[in-house]
Design a protein around this ligand. Structure first.
Ligand SMILES: CCCCCCCCCCCCCCCC(=O)SCCNC(=O)CCNC(=O)[C@H](O)C(C)(C)COP(=O)(O)OP(=O)(O)OC[C@H]1O[C@@H](n2cnc3c(N)ncnc32)[C@H](O)[C@@H]1OP(=O)(O)O
Length: 218
């Protein structure tokens, strides 16, 4: 088998976008891409990453795992698609829309006024001394802040700035309440706020600007 080279990832989109050269105009929402067990596949990968974070393999075991991973990567190589047709990020029936790169969250309510979700930072989100890495906290805010913006404008925006105040430690493997909402809107500018709580305790809050993209804008 061969390792993937960088060019392998430049997979052209199958369909033309109504936004030539830019972001896709429509936000795809799917529940079937990748099949009925796609969510379980993603969960197994997360579990694997949890174990990798804490494992100290012998040389022999590391070599075995490398061989197994090469086989798995070769299997997925036969199924690579462009970003617009990948299940990842579109599967609204799965935690974090099936996006392996995000901390898994589940949305309990979402609309033009904001989003309520429960996020669980996993063992592989460890920063140090048993709690979450601040960068992963920011990723949760970025995605759920972007979601609040998307649900307000019915389209795509990009983060202009995102400030996180880390108010107290953010635990791993604990369901945490996230709320993001549009504080105010000025034309294309959406000023988003957010909080993450562990019970009554505020772990972090966010102050961000998302800017709605113009047609054709990347
Ligand atoms: C069931 C539900 C299904 C939902 C369905 C799925 C939902 C799915 C959700 C996905 C959620 C993902 C969320 C991730 C979002 C990223 O992580 S995006 C990646 C990180 N961000 C970037 O890479 C952005 C890089 N920057 C850029 O591309 C450009 O600067 C931008 C943001 C497009 C803006 O450029 P532009 O269009 O030329 O606009 P520009 O005129 O510069 O600025 C517009 C206004 O914003 C102001 N502005 C711009 N930047 C700043 C700044 N940093 N600070 C202050 N003001 C600023 C300008 O001053 C200007 O203000 P006004 O003069 O109009 O008052």
């Amino acid at each position: 088998m061969t390792d993937s080279s960088p060019q392998d990832w430049n997979i052209p989109a199958k369909e033309d976008s109504p936004h030539e050269g830019g972001f896709r105009a429509d936000l795809k929402i799917t529940t079937e891409r990748g099949g009925p067990t796609y969510g379980e596949m993603i969960e197994q990968v997360r579990t694997f990453m949890d174990k990798v974070r804490y494992a100290c393999p012998t040389h022999e075991l590391a070599d075995e795992v490398i061989d197994d991973l090469k086989k798995l990567n070769a299997k997925l190589d036969t199924m690579l698609v462009d970003e617009w047709t990948s299940p990842s990020g579109t599967r609204v029936d799965l935690p974090s829309r099936g996006n392996i790169t995000l901390p898994p969250y589940e949305i309990s309510a979402g609309g033009p006024d904001g989003v309520d979700a429960t996020v669980i930072f996993r063992r592989f989100h460890l920063g140090g001394n048993g709690v979450a890495h601040g960068g992963h906290v920011a990723i949760a805010f970025d995605d759920l802040g972007g979601m609040a913006a998307a649900l307000r404008i019915g389209g795509v925006s990009r983060t202009g700035y995102l400030t996180v105040n880390y108010r107290s430690l953010t635990p791993l493997e604990t369901p945490l309440a996230v709320r993001t909402w549009v504080d105010r809107q000025e034309g294309r500018k959406l000023f988003i706020k957010g909080t993450i709580h562990d019970g009554d305790r505020l772990c972090a809050d966010m102050d961000a600007l998302f800017i709605a993209l113009k047609p054709g804008q990347a």
